[in-house]
Design a protein around this ligand. Structure first.
Ligand SMILES: [Zn+2]
Length: 323
């Protein structure tokens, strides 16, 4: 009896020692000093809004992340741009709930949204991502970008920062239920990146759109496929949407209006530039002839509009020639 009791005691000491050892072995990343705060956008649905800036400004805190608290654990949306930022975000989640993070949904594999993944992976969370993430991870781009950020975001991104592969690749509309919430995943293929995905959370009607939506400004079109982009936005209108959380910038309570603005802007570019291409009108002449008054007061119009129009003009020329 007393031998049994002392054996049990020895076991407790060993277990206590092991658990302390395990805890102190968890990596401690360089702490960030940039201010981060939690904002509730719907019951149980939270946004941590990145600051406006270029990729390596604000210690890399330039993109949004979100989380949803359910009875069965926390679902995180996007992982921010470093393990340090994700660690800080994890602390913020703990101020709301002590439940574990069980799933992470990634809208797209761009550096500012993924380098914090290892924090949640090490906690045991399951990672969902659009199927195209695999090609990105296995291609040369991923390693090159990580090497660059290890320099430009030192010490927050360093040799311990690793690329985390998704556990679940999403290649068609899918959904899961967790603790009284449903999470609808909508992958769109290549739109803003090689593969983009949005997530709609119910109840609450919160759409995390990733970088498909630019809130309150003229979007940056770049070499995006605007035909696909317009189709995708059409697919998002409706569906019980209440709050829109973009990949960068503030949440919009007027989700339908924000979507419609982006959609109509892109459609306007396609229509006006399409007419010019059809009539084989040179770009400069076509651009000068368009009445831009509906858009010219939007933020970023001066810096983005002409380039957007030109990109669409070239894209439509290619479409017209069947390329
Ligand atoms: Zn982004």
């Amino acid at each position: 009896m007393s031998i049994g009791r002392s054996l049990r005691w020895v076991w407790w000491v060993i277990l206590a020692f092991l658990s302390t050892g395990a805890r102190s072995a968890a990596p401690s990343y360089a702490p960030v000093t940039v201010p981060m705060k939690v904002q509730e956008v719907a019951p149980d649905v939270y946004l941590v809004q990145g600051l406006a800036g270029a990729a390596t400004e604000h210690e890399g805190f330039i993109s949004n992340a979100g989380f949803v608290v359910t009875d069965a654990g926390v679902v995180v949306l996007d992982a921010l741009g470093s393990p340090s930022l994700a660690t800080r975000m994890r602390e913020l989640i703990r101020t709301v709930t002590d439940r574990p993070v069980v799933k992470v949904v990634v809208t797209h594999y761009h550096a500012d949204h993924i380098y914090g993944l290892q924090v949640y992976k090490d906690e045991g969370a399951q990672v969902f991502a659009p199927a195209e993430a695999l090609a990105y991870l296995n291609g040369p781009q991923a390693a090159a970008r990580l090497a660059e950020r290890r320099e430009t975001l030192k010490p927050f991104v360093d040799d311990r920062t690793r690329l985390v592969y998704p556990d679940v690749l999403v290649d068609r509309d899918a959904s899961f239920a967790l603790g009284g919430h449903t999470f609808a995943l909508k992958p769109f293929g290549p739109v803003h990146s090689d593969g983009d995905m949005a997530m709609l959370v119910q109840p609450g009607g919160v759409l995390f759109s990733g970088d498909l939506i630019f809130e309150g400004r003229v979007p940056f079109v770049g070499d995006a496929d605007t035909r696909r982009w317009v189709e995708v936005l059409d697919g998002l209108l409706g569906g019980g949407l209440e709050v829109l959380v973009p990949g960068h910038g503030a949440a919009s309570r007027n989700a339908q209006a924000t979507l419609r603005l982006t959609r109509e802007y892109l459609a306007f570019l396609r229509e006006t530039m399409g007419r010019a291409v059809e009539e084989m009108q040179p770009f400069d002449e076509a651009y000068a002839a368009v009445d831009w008054s509906r858009w010219k007061d939007l933020p970023a119009f001066d810096s983005a509009n002409r380039r957007n129009a030109y990109a669409v003009y070239l894209g439509l020329e290619n479409e017209a020639m069947g390329r």
